[in-house]
Design a protein around this ligand. Structure first.
Ligand code: OXD
Ligand code: MN
Length: 592
């Protein structure tokens, strides 16, 4: 497949270490994909779903001990501990290589080594990068074929370059005690052992496209961010692009695939999805910031996805999709999950493959759920009805606005604009979300998750903040404007005030109008907040006073928030950029 010496040498080392019975190169061809699907069905790794209703769709169940990313077993292995920073687990690279090689040695005996050359981003795009993953799992191969671009051309584009990311995955015994997801950013290497769950084993995704790529971006002057990318088309046919970062469970996939309210649809407004999870951004020839989605599919959470919450995501799952840990409806061999519809299947297997008793289902008790709360669909992006025509183009899309956000019951207003880039970096660095009843543990606990990158930043977060500040200096007046949104303000009874979903488009319109200098705002201590009349409430059952309420900036709450940000900053010690300290002082002064 290739003469690239760096690739051949690494593969020889991997073969010697792992001792596979067979070696198979994955080429992305239809024939090979079909053969692998058939083999996975034979071995029981995949279950073939109803091919009339769900063509080319399959169900997979993971080991019940292996259903989510494992942050406590995720490591950044840099020579200097300081380079991993205070928010990552760190281990000396030599020690970690030795430990992982001991775990993986001989683990492919009796198994096949699949070699997957893949491109993150359109093949050959100047914003794309190449990886090679070896794995002993057909499930991983079939997911990588959806989530990344796998094609013979990838190796042609690579040529004899050494700029590619090495990824070793071995299921080993799926032993949680020996499960490790390790990154060696100085060597462009990822090693994942003892897991078969998506986020831990589809090495192109969080491991490469965020942890390794964020480190590369730091060294090479670009950005890898945990952001959706959407294009908003106005009735004149102009499309402007927004990149947005929210922590988990804040509706990133829903915002990326938003359907505008009817009155805006009638006027000709449209939303186009470029990406739902990751953005790679570089300064283009005209000095603006351009973004691509390095992925080729959606690895979305199934529960809660339905025709109303996210029609476009649901449509995306109707062909060529792999479902993981959802329920199997035995009446017609289709899939089901909590929140798909109200028709609880009467004859179904739960995510573990056991008969499911719908009469015992209790929403409040996760153990009675048919689908695992973190069950997933791996769906090709090309299925998405609103996929952007820029999605497959390598040039990327110019970003007008960057949006941060989180779940805050009382603190952040519905939307505000930061005062400038530095202030926007401050807003991102202090980003936080409150825990909900949906997650284990106490409700309403504030978790700081800077730029939604806490579990995904492959280097010291203080250096990461500095990198953001430097990017702003390079972009100058071409920099995107930075905003913060909060769809989750609650009233005195704890009910959400803002309707969310498609109606979030009203806020996006204000954001883009601000970028064009067309919308008004009031300056506050935290930034520019819309005047209530600047948010269009057409057809919405909401009065101005209610809107005014969720646009307020409460000085007392924000004084407490500033104190908490100061505490959060202490983790970074002297490495925290002075600009961010100044920003915090400005906020405190503005609140006096
Ligand atoms: C994801 C995550 O799965 O952010 O995308 O956890
Ligand atoms: Mn994510």
């Amino acid at each position: 497949m290739t003469e690239n010496k760096t690739v051949l040498k690494w593969l020889d080392e991997m073969k010697e270490l792992l001792q596979p019975d067979n070696v198979v190169w994955i080429d992305g061809s239809k024939e090979q994909t079909e053969e692998l699907r058939a083999e996975a069905v034979r071995t029981g790794e995949l279950f073939k779903l109803n091919q009339e209703l769900l063509p080319d769709c399959y169900l997979h169940r993971t080991n019940p001990n292996d259903v989510a990313r494992v942050e406590d077993r995720t490591f950044i292995c840099t020579s200097k501990k300081e380079d991993a920073g205070p928010t990552n687990n760190w281990c000396d690279p030599n020690q970690m290589y030795e430990k992982l090689y001991n775990i993986a040695r001989g683990s492919y005996q009796g198994r096949t080594m699949y070699i997957i050359p893949y491109s993150m981003g359109p093949i050959g795009s100047p914003l794309a990068k190449i990886g090679i993953e070896v794995t002993d799992s057909v499930y991983v191969v079939l997911n990588m074929l959806i989530m990344t671009r796998v094609d013979k051309k990838v190796l042609e584009v690579l040529g004899d370059s050494n700029d590619w990311v090495r990824g070793l995955h071995s299921r080993c015994q799926v032993d949680p005690e020996n499960r490790y997801i390790c990154h060696f950013p100085e060597d462009n290497t990822i090693i994942s052992v003892n897991s078969g769950y998506g986020g831990n084993v589809l090495l192109g995704k969080k491991c490469f496209a965020l942890r390794i790529a964020s480190y590369q971006g730091w060294k090479e002057g670009w950005m890898a961010e945990h952001m959706l990318i959407l294009g908003l088309e106005n009735p004149q046919g102009e499309v402007k692009y927004i990149a947005a970062a929210f922590p988990s469970a804040c509706g990133k996939t829903n915002l990326a695939m938003l359907i505008p309210p009817e009155y805006l649809r009638k006027k000709g407004y449209k939303v186009w999805t470029v990406g739902d999870d990751i953005a790679w951004m570089r300064i283009g020839p005209d000095g603006r910031l351009y973004a691509i989605n390095p992925e080729n599919g959606f690895f979305g959470v199934a529960p809660g996805t339905n025709e109303k919450s996210n029609f476009n995501a649901l449509e995306s799952t109707k062909k060529g999709t792999i479902f993981t840990n959802v329920a199997l409806d035995l009446n017609n061999n289709t899939v089901w999950w909590e929140g798909l519809n109200k028709n609880l299947p009467e004859n179904a297997l739960d995510w573990k493959g056991n008969p499911w008793d719908a009469s015992k289902f209790d929403k409040a008790d996760k153990s009675t759920c048919a689908a695992h709360p973190n069950s997933r669909f791996t769906a090709p992006a090309e299925n998405c009805p609103c996929i952007s025509e820029e999605f497959n183009k390598g040039a990327g899309v110019p970003i007008s606005a960057i949006v941060f956000g989180g779940r805050r019951a009382k603190c952040a207003p519905l939307v505000y604009q930061s005062k400038n880039w530095e202030n926007g970096v401050f807003v991102g660095s202090a980003m936080a979300s409150e825990t909900t009843a949906a997650a284990a543990g106490a409700v309403g606990v504030v978790r700081r998750d800077p730029m939604a990158m806490l579990p995904f930043c492959g280097y010291n977060m203080a250096d990461y903040f500095e990198h953001w500040l430097q990017m702003g200096k390079k972009l100058g007046d071409k920099a995107p404007k930075i905003f913060n949104v909060n769809w989750f303000r609650t009233d005195d009874e704890g009910n959400f005030v803002w309707p969310g979903f498609g109606d979030n488009m009203r806020v996006l319109n204000w954001i883009l109008d601000r970028c064009d200098g067309k919308a008004d705002a009031t300056e506050t201590a935290i930034g520019y907040v819309p005047k209530p009349e600047d948010i269009d409430l057409t057809d919405l059952d909401m009065d101005m006073d209610t809107l005014k309420d969720i646009l307020t900036v409460d000085k007392e709450i924000w004084t407490k928030e500033a104190a908490e940000i100061e505490e959060h900053y202490k983790k970074f010690g002297d490495k925290l950029p002075q600009e961010l300290r100044n920003q915090l002082e400005n906020l405190k002064a503005g609140l006096k």
